[in-house]
Design a protein around this ligand. Structure first.
Ligand SMILES: C[S@@+](CC[C@H](N)C(=O)[O-])C[C@H]1O[C@@H](n2cnc3c(N)ncnc32)[C@H](O)[C@@H]1O
Length: 193
């Protein structure tokens, strides 16, 4: 079952000047090993639930043109101000479950860091992610595992069934334990036949 956190609660968190854990070097190494830097100019990445934009910014250092999206306007405003000087990085206030995906293009890479647990309808979300991944593209998810978290934080992680569903139906699945609680999954879309 997904954690139910309202947009208002996210807004209050960001309005209080708070954020989430910084992007760690082992996350970066795992991304670079499993996804890799952009192989050509102009390849795009979408970071869903980007918060204040740190991971989206990291993706630009790997050579991607990046769009970070989050349903919390305060997070997007902080991200936009913080990274106003970064080329090839833009942010949009957008709710991945309650707004249209139709005007989004396909991306080479879609990421979601510490946010997947909060998606209520994961089946529909995964369908949309697949539709918006270019052939051979990667969906990179970094999330806590529920059973490894203390009881008061269990709602921020995903359970074994959700892991199985997340990993089903991809051409390749790479999984890496980042630490005692966090795992990254790199899921590669089919190439066009
Ligand atoms: C735990 S925070 C992680 C933020 C950021 N990725 C980071 O690592 O610091 C989860 C984020 O997901 C966003 N979020 C939750 N549900 C969302 C949705 N349906 N669409 C877009 N963003 C969502 C929240 O607003 C929040 O910023």
């Amino acid at each position: 079952m997904s954690a139910v956190v309202t947009v208002g609660a996210w807004e209050a968190h960001y309005a209080a000047g708070r954020g989430f854990r910084p992007v760690m070097s082992n996350e970066q190494h795992t991304f670079e090993r499993h996804v890799g830097p952009a192989a050509a100019a102009g390849l795009t990445a979408l970071d869903i639930g980007c918060g204040t934009g740190e991971f989206a910014h990291y993706l630009t250092t790997c050579g991607y043109d990046v769009l970070g999206v989050d349903c919390a306007a305060t997070a997007i405003s902080r991200a936009t101000n913080r990274y106003s000087d970064t080329a090839n990085l833009s942010f949009r206030c957008w709710d991945a479950e309650n707004e249209q995906w139709d005007d989004l293009p396909q991306f080479s890479v879609i990421t979601t860091r510490l946010s997947y647990a909060f998606i209520k309808d994961k089946t529909e979300f995964l369908k949309r992610v697949r539709t918006h991944l270019a052939p051979g593209g990667h969906f990179h998810v970094m999330t806590p595992r529920r059973e490894k978290l203390p009881p008061e934080r269990r709602n921020t992680g995903i359970n074994e069934t959700e892991v199985t569903d997340l990993c089903a139906g991809w051409a390749h699945v790479k999984r890496h334990e980042l630490d005692a609680q966090h795992t990254s999954y790199t899921l590669t879309h089919q190439q066009e036949s």
